[in-house]
Design a protein. Structure first.
Lengths: 327, 327
């Protein structure tokens, strides 16, 4: 089923995707070659362009048809790339999208400043929408993400993270940006408040499902599929739902063993396999999948107020795919 | 004369300044205590609030009188603080406004993310102006500053920096932000293009004079006056105008000696005193002062189109003070 959905999504997206890629290249417009290099390293390394495509189809579902939706949609890819660059420095992660993270090729200051540049490019295009509420959306996203990252930094290595704390983290880390892209599609279309809230709700639930699936893949996928080593979150001291739920369900012996595995600075592949097994038997994996499916159902239900259309079909497919995907 | 100007500026500014301080506190609104701590460390450590006050009086000169100019003015202090936080990480400077730089008390990621948060707060308030052109101004500032910093990083330690390259650096580093604050005062007032360009020109020349004076103080002021050690720019490998001009005027022997002093990783106070002497005799100090005065004259001339008013008086005083100040 998964590859079938993917094929249908790609087919529907292809013409827009080409235009989005072109707009991303044309609007980068740096004065310095180095900025282009650092920004391009991340921007053109096989991103799915999920956020731009969500904005485009959100706008079209609200009747927007000026053609400017392509230009405006890249706001959210630049913003996404800017946050990834700042996160790379924060996380000291070595791999991103299967390539070396930007900060391992360039200095942290260069990466931080290129992130600032990309945010500036996003703002310059956002100003062209002439919709102050799009700016408010970007402000909210940046505020939530920066505080979320600081909060997550504080919580690093904390082995008693609750499910509630986890949900708050992924909301700020992922859902707020995806929600903002969908909401902005409604704003530029001057859609009714009801439609705007419908799309915002879709984006929120999609974002939550998407991040949960991502966190699950860190335990279930292979290194080749992921483009980075599995178990990366655990090694960085980040507790995600499969582990949090399993810890809550574990008996004292299992919990103690799991805490030891998490806290050990040395990564052991065999022991990681044992941990995966534990997440299966203790139900952490199944529980995460249940929550994912619930968010996908809610995302789709949020679109009920819209008439049927190609764009609506596509947003449904994307919701399904968000948790079916292998990468 | 200098302390007289200062007294007159302070007297005229006092009532607004109090309201600006209040607005800065009230609108910070972080969810996390740590973010408040890091942001406050810089925001409330004796900044002159130059940029907010420039915006306020630019707006008033254009007839703006809704009272919202206080709120809108803090956009430029948050933006300024955000860039200082990112610069602190970049420069690895130890002191800022006489206090330890934020990144020496907190980790670089925490400081970067708090900078992002402050930028987000600036944007949230900018959205309230409902003027997309204010957003364009912020985008231009951020774009110029981030690229300028990257460029300056590249040029660090380069001993053959030209006067033209120096002027480009300080334009992006300082003048663009001050210019943006003045221009935005005109934009929120819906002033004529002529008035807007007049204020933008004032801000540009003030910014250039201001940064040149700052760079000069690094050679002429005491550590107590500066709140940091003099000679800091040289030690960081940043060539500024007094040195650039003196190098251009020096004979081979002097130039060779100066290059040796600049390149030496060990800082010697006595040799630094000799360098100061050299900048006096070779004319680098006088030349910088001439350029400063020229920018101040041009800044004032840019305001000729405006009728006399208290705000215009104040902007004139600030222009004079920008190069008279000792800190």
């Amino acid at each position: 089923m998964s590859s079938d959905i993917k094929a249908r999504i790609i087919k529907q997206m292809a013409p827009d995707l080409e235009q989005v890629e072109k707009a991303l290249e044309e609007n980068l417009a740096p004065n310095l070659d180095l900025v282009r290099k650092i920004a391009s390293h991340l921007l053109f390394s096989g991103g799915k362009r999920l956020r731009p495509l969500l904005m485009i189809h959100s706008a079209r579902m609200c009747g927007y048809a000026t053609g400017f939706e392509i230009l405006f949609s890249i706001i959210f890819e630049y913003l996404h790339a800017a946050t990834l660059l700042h996160d790379d420095v924060v996380d000291e992660a070595d791999m991103r999208r299967g390539k070396r993270a930007a900060h391992t090729k360039w200095s942290a200051p260069q990466v931080v400043l290129t992130g600032d540049f990309l945010l500036a490019r996003a703002l310059a295009i956002a100003a062209k929408t002439r919709e102050p509420r799009v700016i408010s959306v970007i402000a909210n996203i940046t505020q939530a993400m920066s505080q979320g990252e600081i909060d997550q930094l504080e919580k690093k290595g904390q082995t008693d993270l609750s499910e509630g704390q986890y949900l708050e983290i992924i909301e700020r880390k992922t859902a707020v940006l995806i929600q903002g892209a969908c909401r902005s599609g409604a704003i530029i279309s001057k859609a009714s408040r009801k439609k705007e809230e419908g799309l915002a709700s879709y984006g929120y639930h999609l974002g939550m499902a998407f991040q949960m699936a991502d966190d699950l893949l860190d335990y279930t996928a292979t290194a080749l599929e992921l483009g980075k080593n599995p178990g990366a979150d655990m090694r960085e001291g980040k507790l995600t739902l499969p582990l949090i739920h399993s810890l809550a369900k574990a008996n004292d012996t299992d919990r103690e063993w799991m805490h030891k595995v998490i806290a050990d600075p040395v990564f052991d592949q065999n022991r990681f396999e044992d941990l995966r097994e534990k997440l299966l038997t203790l139900g952490g994996i199944a529980y995460t999948q249940t929550l994912e499916k619930d968010h996908v159902a809610k995302a789709k239900a949020s679109l009920e107020i819209f008439e049927d259309s190609n764009s609506k079909d596509l947003l449904h497919l994307i919701a399904d795919y968000s948790i079916e995907r292998k990468v």
